[in-house]
Write a protein that binds this ligand. Structure first.
Ligand code: MTE
Ligand code: MO
Length: 216
């Protein structure tokens, strides 16, 4: 089977899983008791998952724009983004397809900093995140406003590769990894919620691994 065919098969399967509730254990756990959320298994490699269209985005062509319910919308080129304060965060990845990967070292700009620049208006409660491949995912603003959420350009000391969303991706460690948009292109700040690609297929609007919020 070709990579494309395999990927198509996985995407079809993931749509079906939302209907079947696959991977649900009915258990909840806390990060204090266990490092591995319910229904997850640990992997050492770094699987690649996306819709099969990986944009070949050079950093000189990359930009992130912002719009919607904010006081200071901006557009950052790669250089603009690199000129912001940089932080390094080590975090675990939990993918809804049940793999988890520990101790990923990410470097980039914290979303706390980005939010202080863009200044969401009082009523803003949700963000639609879009990638250069046409992917989208919705995230409550409160989940972006956290110290470990990054606009990341470096993984384990090396520039983020194309297949993992380089030059720049979002990383939200406390939510399932489908919320961490690769090849990030745009943020729309909204008062009301709306559904992204997987959320429209039955995946959860928030997606907390410790509560097993795989589907809604
Ligand atoms: N732009 C974009 N971002 C995306 C996706 C995608 O298809 N396109 N897939 C999501 C899913 S379902 C997962 S599990 C992770 C996988 O990231 P990885 O390939 O670096 O492991 O990316 C997420 N971000
Ligand atoms: Mo995923």
């Amino acid at each position: 089977m070709s990579d494309d065919a395999r990927n198509e098969k996985l995407i079809r399967a993931k749509k079906q899983w939302a209907q079947d509730g696959r991977g649900l254990t009915g258990a909840t756990s806390t990060p204090e008791k266990s490092r591995l959320p319910p229904g997850q298994r640990l992997v050492k490699d770094f699987p690649v998952l996306d819709l099969g269209n990986q944009p070949n985005m050079l950093s000189k062509d990359w930009a992130l724009s912002t719009a919607g319910q904010v006081d200071r919308p901006f557009k950052w080129t790669f250089d603009d983004m690199m000129a912001q304060p940089q932080v390094e965060i080590k975090s675990d990845i939990h993918c809804v397809t049940t793999w988890s990967r520990y101790d990923n070292r990410w470097k980039g700009v914290s979303l706390k900093h980005l939010l202080s620049e863009v200044q969401p208006r009082e009523k803003t409660a949700f963000v639609m995140v879009r990638g250069y491949d046409g992917y989208s995912t919705n995230v409550p603003l409160s989940w972006l406003d956290d110290d470990d959420v990054l606009l990341a350009h470096t993984w384990n000391g090396a520039p983020l590769t194309r297949e993992h969303g380089g030059p720049v991706r979002l990383v939200i460690p406390k939510l399932y990894f489908w919320k961490s948009a690769k090849w990030i292109r745009h943020l729309t700040f909204m008062e009301g919620d709306a559904r992204g690609y997987w959320e429209a297929q039955g995946y959860h609007d928030v997606g907390e691994p410790w509560k097993e919020q795989r589907y809604r």
